[in-house]
Design a protein around this ligand. Structure first.
Ligand SMILES: Nc1ncnc2c1ncn2[C@@H]1O[C@H](COP(=O)(O)OP(=O)(O)OP(=O)(O)O)[C@@H](O)[C@H]1O
Ligand SMILES: [Mg+2]
Length: 209
């Protein structure tokens, strides 16, 4: 059904625009000598249509991307994140999955855990200058546990926690929103570990699928 929808939209939108471009360029080619001004107009129209097609495709990709995440397992989402950081920062990021990792978790659980991981990775690279980061995810029974451990500089927790940015606070809030808990463990020279445990389906949550 989703494939049908994608095929339909590509066909009705983008292919039609490109088709129109083709027709107009062909006509322009034929009128090149006898009607230069008409030719110019057709080429202008073609350029406009092409830009339109590019815009459509861009938007289409954006729309495709976000809902896709909901169809991902937690492990897949984290693997994508790890790949992004490996490519972007040249840091060695590994993902180790344990338990029922092929099972989907609720979309909001997936999203919050993803954002917590993203912030942990960013902090590890930005502040810790880590060279290796290990992500461990464990989906078992009613719980999802996630650990992000880096080998960076670490920090003195008591002083950093209250005075700086939003990252750690947001992480904790996300864990709380899910009815879970989050712990940050760090010391100078010993790296940093972010550990979070949340219920897989909160009471009242509707996910049975
Ligand atoms: N992995 C890490 N390695 C070293 N230091 C860290 C790490 N994570 C956090 N810190 C320290 O804790 C501080 C608070 O982190 P937090 O993410 O809350 O804020 P921030 O990264 O400074 O700013 P923001 O996240 O709002 O952009 C950091 O400024 C840094 O000193
Ligand atoms: Mg931060």
């Amino acid at each position: 059904e989703e494939r049908d929808r994608i095929a339909r939209e590509l066909h009705d939108g983008i292919i039609q625009s490109l088709y129109a471009v083709g027709l107009n360029l062909e006509a322009a080619w034929e009128q090149l000598e006898e009607d230069p001004s008409e030719t110019r107009e057709r080429i202008a129209f073609s350029m406009e249509k092409l830009n339109e097609a590019i815009r459509d495709i861009r938007q289409y990709i954006t729309n495709l991307r976000s809902p896709i995440d909901e169809n991902r397992t937690l492990q897949e989402a984290l693997a994508a994140l790890a790949a992004e950081f490996r490519a972007g920062f040249g840091v060695a990021v590994t993902v180790e999955a344990r338990g029922e990792t092929a099972t989907r978790v609720r979309p909001d659980v997936l999203n919050h855990l993803k954002q917590i991981t993203r912030e942990s990775l960013t902090n590890a690279v930005r502040h810790g200058r880590a060279s290796r980061i290990r992500i461990v995810v464990d989906v078992s029974g009613e719980r999802v546990e996630l650990t992000v451990q880096d080998d960076g500089t670490g920090f003195q927790m008591s002083e950093a926690m209250p005075l700086t940015g939003n990252g750690l606070r947001n992480m904790r809030q996300r864990a709380q929103l899910l009815g879970g808990e989050l712990e940050v463990t760090s010391a100078p020279g010993r790296g940093t570990r972010v550990w979070v445990a949340v219920p897989r389906d909160m009471a009242g949550g509707s996910s049975r699928a």
